[in-house]
Design a binder for this molecule. Structure first.
Ligand code: SF4
Ligand code: SF4
Length: 305
């Protein structure tokens, strides 16, 4: 028996999702998984070694939740119209509000409770930290398509979305692919400051998002951060699928005021106590104070040139 899909879509919308779709749980396509493994083999994940782990689980979500039948994928929008203004524009928009891991998890837990209460079964909520190929499942679930910028693009909501999933033992009728594709304008590739969007995929070693957030140690010699303090949205800013978006209704993703006045000079002079206060519940804590100061000092040096 297949469970009622419209109810799930409504619950996803109640949780703040801009789009929701369902895929049948099972093995990831051979071609898709081979592409992922080749990407790892080429070292394009840079120092993010954790991506090499749990390959069998990444390949099959039934190992993540025994008896899994469906993957419910929800896209949560975080776009806001002032996201490129002043100092905010130096920080990737996804990090302007509260940490999405917590916000999305909390909202998906509500959805998971409703699934269990109405259909029984078990659920597992995944938000970026579980070994699940979330973008792949989003496409399978018909939530969107992958652009040349390697991001999920959701019709009507663009690429400024967080992907969250609920893996469940409940069998829902799966959705079809969304039927749209990237406009192929290549603006993302032309505007990428690091030349990171290659035919073989995103090369994290050249991506300013990776370098300013995940990379530890000095910024490699010769890299120009192009004014970026934390992350980089250039391949999203130029994408025509991101035109005419509405501001996110999820207030936790609205920008925190302290970021508007956060200059590289202020960061360079910041102490740990100030950093902890400003970055409470923020994804920016990932770089730690040392990482953010490293980026700020790079920008100040670039300004001096
Ligand atoms: S985030 Fe920036 S550096 Fe990375 S691929 Fe996109 S445009 Fe290029
Ligand atoms: S900028 Fe153009 S090529 Fe790149 S993802 Fe958007 S539509 Fe596709």
């Amino acid at each position: 028996m297949r469970a009622d899909v419209p109810a799930v879509r409504q619950w996803a919308a109640d949780a703040g999702g801009a789009a929701c779709g369902i895929a049948r749980a099972g093995f990831v396509d051979d071609a898709e998984f081979a592409y992922f493994e080749k990407w790892l083999e080429r070292g394009m994940h840079a120092t993010m070694r954790y991506m090499e782990n749990y390959r069998e689980i990444r390949r099959n979500p039934q190992l993540l939740l025994p008896g899994a039948q469906s993957v419910i994928v929800v896209a949560f929008p975080y776009y806001h119209s002032g996201q490129n203004d002043g100092n905010l524009g130096r920080i990737a928009a996804y990090a302007h509000g509260d940490d999405y891991h917590d916000v999305v998890r909390g909202r998906l837990e509500q959805l998971a409770v409703r699934v269990r209460d109405n259909f029984g079964g078990e659920t597992r909520v995944c938000v970026d930290t579980a070994p699940l190929l979330e973008r792949y499942w989003a496409v399978r679930a018909g939530v969107g398509f992958v652009g040349r910028n390697r991001l999920l693009i959701v019709p009507g909501a663009g690429s400024y979305v967080f992907i969250g999933s609920v893996v469940t033992t409940v069998a829902f009728e799966p959705d079809s692919p969304c039927g749209m594709e990237c406009a192929g304008c290549l603006r993302c590739i032309a505007s990428c400051p690091g030349g990171a969007l290659t035919a073989e995929g995103l090369d994290a070693r050249r991506c300013l998002s990776y370098l300013t957030i995940e990379h530890r140690g000095d910024i490699p010699e010769g890299v120009d951060l192009c004014g970026r303090l934390y992350g980089c949205d250039m391949c999203q800013r130029v994408c025509p699928h991101n035109r005419s978006l509405s501001d996110t209704p999820i207030t936790e993703f609205h920008p925190r005021e302290a970021l508007r006045t956060l200059t590289p000079e202020k960061i360079a002079a910041m102490n740990q106590q100030e950093f902890s206060a400003i970055m409470r519940r923020s994804a920016i804590k990932r770089t730690k104070l040392a990482g953010l100061q490293r980026n700020a000092l790079c920008l100040l040096r670039e300004d001096d040139k």
